[in-house]
Structure formats: structure tokens, C-alpha cells
Design a protein around this ligand. Structure first.
Ligand code: DOR
Ligand code: ZN
Length: 487
């Protein structure tokens, strides 16, 4: 039997065609207890999951003592390409993903120009070709029904609705309930995913203006608006619209809005179970990190109580998915916020630490293995309608990570891949260590090193119909699962 190092060094690759075996790793999955298995890979796909020590199909690599899990699927990233490539590029952002165990990113339409037309969608899609280290899907934006239909045909997995606006988001803006409902109706027809940045711009603007008039300008003041009545009102209104129209809606970055938003979501989902929500894995503390990091920690920090609520909600499946809202800004852009927090753009790089944070929580006993897998991979794949992603099962893409539960590491921004070169988690010690990331059978990252850049492919929905949001461990079959429409 060969060592796993050999497998990784050889870039053991689906592209090389053959069958090979990862022997004796502990498979984590959404629908079964962890079990030590042999995993048979054939080309780009998982061929079989067999009892440990029994598979005999080509080269065999030793994964004893390691955990095997699906690569993460991040529903919400801002890779800034095209348009703001001083912050992030396809190459750097997807390298951060690969190095952190994320094998598919779903990029928001807030790149420049904003992705509101078929022409812009196709131009962005084509411009990413051959440059990404991981697979990628792209959200559509805007409100024009004809353009939305065209972007769906061009491969958009869904639409991002912005109920709030800011520079660079103006064309994505749905200014009122009528605009939101128009997009929801088109989406019902298309059967694609709908992600919503909830808000009420006028109410938030008024709140901000009132604080500024009172001379308030600390990170806590900015947080008060983010978690304030405007965003909560917007949240309630889109939850009502989705429920009225019976159109599944996914709530982006619920964690940014605080625990009151979680309460609203729980209430609405009791009435309409096809609502879904995402949170980053809670990491930054309001008591310790916010005073130290200031605007570098905005917009998502957690009080001790909120952190417990959100971790519990991820752990019990109330919150479906872990997504980063990876939003890199340079230090030069963030720094003016040291004196006036309103002057800094919100967001921080998070892709490279997302799966590692969840694995740390798994090892600490805060997240069981089923939820670890479903929140990072299973649920995002269902929400996006990607039949061959998000699980390790025969016929699925061999997108996976090998994790060492006995290892540990310290987050070091100087070795990370995001172009901005900083991480709010710099210095944090995490349990567990990501050993390797595989994309469609090929080793793309080992530890922090990128082994194979540029092999990521564009991914579109496997089906034109919406996929019901299954609960934790759902094994729901997607119609047309055998057919891959793209990539
Ligand atoms: O914090 C955020 N930053 N939230 C968003 O929705 C946008 C993002 C960005 O683009 O920087
Ligand atoms: Zn975002």
C-alpha cells in the first residue's frame, strides 16, 4: 500500500483516468454515522464505498487515522473579478477556497459591471474559464424578467435579490416589495435558487443618519444599523412574500443580522418549511475580537450568547448552510474605519478558514459529523440543485477533503491565499488539520499549498426545477440526477 503523501504528490488524478483507492479513512456523511471505509475513485467520480480493507482496484493509498468529508460548497462569496481585482481575483479567491477545503464557490453578481444582463453573465462566466482552482457557480442579479430568464439559460444557479443598496450594488437593487415579488414570480417559473440580502434601505439610512447626527461612529454603531429595525423589517417582508407565493427563498448572511433575525426566520419557517438560511461559522467575538479588530471584524461578530444561539442553530439544522460571505477589502480600504467606522466597507476574507472552523467545532463536540457535512456541502448542493455535488456516494464528483483529527494549526495570514493578505482570525489556534483537498479526483491542495490551479469548471443546475430543501441528512433524489448539464 502506498502512503497518502505519494497519492497527493503524484497529483493522483481523475484526468489520468484510472481507478484508485483511499483506504481506511473515516467517512463523514450527512446520512450515516462515521464509518471507516475504502473509497474507490474512478476518474472524476466516486465509484464505490466499500468496507475497510476490501477494495482492490488499482493503486491503494493509506488514509488510516484520517477523516474523509465532501469538499465544502460556499453559497456566498465575493471574488471581485471582474472589476475589483485589487481585492481578489479568480485565481487568488479560488486558491483560498482550495487551501481551506472548499471545492465549489458560488460567486455573487456584485462584480463590476454588476451582473444584471445575459451579456454580462456570459462575459463573466467565460472570463473565469481555465483560471479557477475549484469549481464555481455564478448567481445572476437584477430585476428584469427577460434578462433573468436569459441568465438562467446561460447557466445561472439562481438570483441574488438585494433589498439594500450601496455603491457597486445599485443595479442589483430591488427597491420595494413589488420588485421583490416580481423576481420571486420569475423564479417560480425558472425553478432556480433565490438568495436574499434582506433590508429596508430607507429605514437603515434614517437610522444611520440619526447616529451620525449624534456623533456616533464606532464599530458598535455600525453594528446597531446592521442588526437594526431596517434590516429586520426587510427580512420580515421577504419572508412574508416568499410564504405568500410559496417560492423557496434562501436568506444570505443571517448571522450578520443577529439573534432577532434568527427568531424571525424560525417563525417564518414554521409556516413555510422551504425557507432556508445560511450563517458563517461563528468565530469572532464581540467582547474580545471587536475591540481589538474594530472595523476589520465587521459586519459579523457574535456576543457570547449570540454565538451559542448560532452554533446551536447550525448544529440542530435550524440554519441549513455554512456560507462565508467572503468579502475581501484591502487594509487601505479598511483603515479609514479606525477613526470613523462608517468610512470602512463591510466584509472580511473568510474562505480559507470556513471548513477548518467547522472542523474545529466538530472536534470540540459542538457540531456532529452529520451536520458538519450537511451544513458545509449537502444543504448547499440541494439549495443550488447540484445533483452530483455535496456528497460522497457512487456517481458523485470526487470532491473531497482529508482531515487529520489529531493535528492542529495556527491561522497565519502571511501564508494565506486571499489577495488582501489579512485574516481576522490571524493567530487563532484550531484543532484538526486539513491534509488535502481533491477536486473531481485530483489533488488540488495539500496543506496550504496549491497543487493544481486552473482545473475548476463552471457548474450549472442539474435540473431546471427547484429542489426542495431537505432537512439534515436528506437523501432526496434530484430528477435528472444522472445527467450532468455542464462541466
Ligand atoms: O459585508 C458585506 N460585504 N456584505 C455584503 O453583502 C457585501 C460585501 C462586499 O461586497 O463587500
Ligand atoms: Zn455578500
Amino acid at each position: 500500500m502506498r502512503s497518502l503523501d505519494e497519492a497527493i504528490n503524484a497529483g493522483q488524478s481523475g484526468a489520468d483516468g484510472g481507478r484508485w483507492v483511499i483506504r481506511g479513512g473515516r467517512l463523514l456523511s450527512a446520512d450515516a454515522e462515521p464509518v471507516v471505509v475504502d473509497l474507490v475513485i474512478d476518474g472524476e467520480r466516486v465509484a464505490a464505498v466499500e468496507p475497510a480493507g476490501t477494495a482492490d482496484a488499482g493503486p491503494v493509498f493509506d488514509a488510516a487515522g484520517l477523516d474523509i468529508a465532501p469538499g465544502a460548497i460556499d453559497l456566498h462569496v465575493h471574488l471581485r473579478d471582474p472589476g475589483q481585482t485589487h481585492k481578489e481575483t479568480v485565481e487568488t479567491g479560488t486558491a483560498a477556497a482550495a487551501a481551506g477545503g472548499t471545492t465549489l464557490v458560488c460567486d455573487m453578481p456584485s462584480t463590476q459591471p454588476q451582473v444584471t444582463t445575459v451579456d454580462r453573465y456570459v462575459a463573466k462566466r467565460d472570463a473565469w474559464t481555465g483560471r479557477a482552482a475549484v469549481d464555481y457557480a455564478l448567481w445572476a442579479g437584477g430585476t428584469d424578467p427577460d434578462q433573468l430568464r436569459g441568465m438562467a439559460a446561460a447557466g445561472a444557479v439562481g438570483v441574488k435579490i438585494y433589498m439594500a443598496t450601496s455603491p457597486g450594488f445599485d443595479q442589483l437593487y430591488s427597491p420595494d416589495d413589488t420588485a421583490v415579488r416580481r423576481v420571486l414570480r420569475v423564479s417560480a417559473e425558472l425553478g432556480w435558487a433565490v438568495s436574499v440580502h434582506a433590508g429596508d434601505q430607507a429605514a437603515s439610512d434614517a437610522h444611520r443618519a440619526e447616529l451620525i447626527r449624534a456623533g456616533r461612529r464606532t464599530p458598535a454603531d455600525v453594528l446597531a444599523v446592521t442588526r437594526g429595525p431596517g434590516n429586520l423589517a426587510g427580512l420580515r417582508s421577504v419572508l412574508t412574500a416568499a410564504t405568500d407565493l410559496r417560492q423557496p427563498v434562501h436568506l444570505a448572511h443571517l448571522s450578520a443580522y443577529g439573534t432577532a433575525a434568527l427568531d424571525e426566520f424560525v417563525r417564518a419557517r414554521a409556516e413555510f418549511p422551504r425557507l432556508t438560511a445560511e450563517s458563517c461559522f461563528p468565530a469572532l467575538s464581540e467582547e474580545e475580537d471587536l475591540p481589538r479588530l474594530g472595523v476589520y471584524a465587521l459586519p459579523t461578530v457574535f456576543s457570547a450568547a449570540a454565538r451559542d444561539r448560532f452554533v446551536d442553530a447550525i448544529a440542530d439544522g435550524t440554519i441549513d448552510a455554512i456560507a462565508t460571505d467572503h468579502a475581501p477589502h484591502t487594509r487601505d480600504e479598511k483603515d479609514p474605519g479606525r477613526h470613523d467606522a462608517w468610512a470602512a466597507p463591510p466584509g472580511y476574507p473568510a474562505l480559507e478558514t470556513s471548513l477548518p472552523l467547522a472542523y474545529d467545532a466538530l472536534l470540540a463536540g459542538r457540531l456532529d459529523p452529520r451536520r458538519f457535512v450537511d451544513a458545509l456541502a449537502g444543504a448547499p448542493a440541494r439549495i443550488l440543485g447540484l445533483a452530483r455535488k455535496g456528497r460522497i456516494a457512487p456517481g458523485c464528483d470526487a470532491d473531497l477533503v482529508l482531515l487529520d483529527p489529531a493535528g492542529s494549526w495556527r491561522v497565519d495570514e502571511s501564508t494565506m491565499h486571499s489577495l488582501v493578505g489579512w485574516s481576522p482570525l490571524h493567530g487563532r489556534e484550531l484543532r484538526g488539520r486539513l491534509v488535502a483537498t481533491y477536486l473531481r479526483g485530483r489533488s488540488i491542495a495539500r496543506g496550504g499549498d496549491i497543487m493544481y490551479p486552473g482545473g475548476g469548471q463552471f457548474v450549472r443546475r442539474s435540473t431546471g426545477r427547484a429542489v426542495a430543501a431537505g432537512g439534515p441528512g436528506s437523501t432526496e433524489k434530484v430528477p435528472g440526477a444522472a445527467e450532468r448539464r455542464s462541466s
